[in-house]
Ligand binder design. Structure first.
Ligand SMILES: Cc1ncc(COP(=O)(O)O)c(C=O)c1O
Length: 445
């Protein structure tokens, strides 16, 4: 004990502690399982975050257009969230769900008010994967059916079952997938899996879904789907897609689990992405921006479905008061700053500007997105994925102080998901550097 105290007193400040990226890479190679991969040929060591900015150990500033994959919607270390979380940490850090505490029920009440339609009862847990697992389990209990449906380009997590539900091959590492899962084609119109074109296709992908369902019409409990594919490359479905899919599912008694882990909390210009199509999911899963950077997740459903889950089912972190306080603070800030509107407006501006770049640079094959969830798919002359050029642009942007993401089955979709508190000037700064990168690519890399 004595020794511990002495150690803590001697602990140096963040700056002097930094060992630099080379040493981190060495330690990573020695001590982390190699699946933990990173962006960039020359990665930096990040040590500090402040709203839309991240800083490396040399003090270099990066304007962040990825928000830790759509997590820090209110900015890094947002002071309001941080203050309330620190206060909660000092007061009561952990109890677990067998004891009564207030923040968790308050957060559940707020989610019931904010989510669409009759969604009302919530179960809290720690990660998006856990929320998705719980949601499909609940669907199976409610429907008394076992089969599950998912989309060909979806991603739903890293646990055994959620990997099974993940269609995206890049992330689908499990050679022994769970049984009983069927996939339907994603509405990826730029590269239609069925080889047809929208709108003349009249949504052939929905007909295809019906064919799959008809092979086992009373076998499927639920479909899990992201309203907009995130890791799949920011795939926004045609506006009729989800209304028609929901109608089809209802006809066969199949529940719709909306995975809003990435799209939730104003990211797409609405509080939840399903609102773009006036859809009421049967179950909705939430994580990432729910707590703006603390581990936290949930699934929410209507009373009638919730009432099937009565046997004890618990998650150690599920009723954590710090997680719930972070969620409550996040919802307050979203409301105060009207982030839905901000996301919608700045997102529309960014899309317009990217479309202008598309006219100038043929490598940009497609620009798509809603709110501040935007992708620019980079392609070669023959439309094949321009993956090397995407990597070059990512590195160039990083070297010039801008962080963006990379997604898509071909790893060729530049992905823009900044904290929603960014300004128009931030968007302009990013675009200027991006144009420099595109010019460099045009000259040949
Ligand atoms: C749409 C979606 N669902 C689920 C997950 C899994 O969440 P977690 O990594 O918290 O388990 C992710 C992670 O990126 C995601 O993007």
């Amino acid at each position: 004990m004595q020794n511990n105290v002495a150690y803590i007193k001697k602990t140096p400040s963040i700056e002097t502690q930094c060992c630099g990226p080379e040493e981190i890479l060495r330690l990573k190679q020695s001590y982390l399982i190699p699946c933990v991969y990173h962006f960039y040929k020359k990665p930096m060591q990040l040590v500090r975050g402040n709203m839309q900015y991240l800083y490396d150990h040399t003090g270099k500033r990066y304007l962040d257009f990825f928000a830790g994959v759509s997590v820090a919607n209110l900015g890094h270390c947002n002071p309001e969230v941080t203050e309330r979380v620190v206060e909660q940490l000092r007061t009561l850090q952990h109890t677990t769900s067998i004891y009564l505490t207030q923040p968790v029920v308050e957060l559940a009440r707020r989610l019931a008010e904010l989510t669409p339609g009759r969604l009302q009862k919530t179960f809290f847990c720690a990660s998006g994967s856990e929320a998705n697992e719980g949601a499909v389990l609940l669907a199976q209990l409610y429907t008394k059916r076992k089969g599950l449906l998912a989309l060909s380009h979806g991603l739903h997590g890293h646990t055994k079952l959620t990997l099974g539900l993940t269609g995206l091959l890049f992330w689908k590492i499990d050679p022994y997938p769970c049984e009983g899962i069927s996939f339907i084609p994603s509405p990826y119109c730029y590269r239609c899996p069925l080889g047809v074109s929208y709108p003349s296709c009249n949504l052939e992908c929905i007909n295809e879904a019906e064919k799959v369902i008809k092979r086992n019409p009373e076998g499927y409990a639920a479909i899990i789907a992201e309203p907009i594919h995130g890791n799949g490359g920011i795939i926004v479905p045609p506006k009729e897609y989800f209304p028609r899919l929901k109608k089809l599912l209802d006809a066969y008694g199949i529940l719709f689990v909306a995975d809003e882990v990435q799209t939730g909390f104003s990211r797409t210009g609405k509080m939840f992405a399903v609102e773009h199509w006036n859809i009421e999911p049967d179950i909705m899963t939430l994580s990432k921006a729910l707590t703006n950077g603390f581990p936290g997740a949930a699934f929410i459903t209507r009373d009638e479905i919730a009432s099937t889950l009565t046997r004890p089912y618990a998650a150690t972190w599920g009723s954590n008061p710090v997680m719930a306080t972070a969620g409550l603070a996040t919802l307050d800030v979203i409301k105060t700053l009207n982030l839905e509107y901000r996301s919608e407006q700045l997102g529309a501006y960014l899309i317009d500007q990217l479309l202008l770049l598309k006219q100038k640079y043929s490598i940009i094959g497609d620009v798509r997105g809603l709110g501040l969830m935007i992708g620019a798919e980079l392609v070669n002359e023959n439309k094949s994925p321009a993956a090397d050029q995407t990597d070059f642009i990512l590195e160039y942007l990083k070297d010039h102080g801008i962080l963006v993401g990379k997604t898509g089955p071909g790893r060729n979709v530049l992905t823009f998901q900044p904290p929603l508190i960014i300004t128009k000037e931030d968007v302009q700064e990013m675009l200027e550097v991006l144009e420099g990168a595109l010019q460099a690519v045009q000259k040949g890399i």
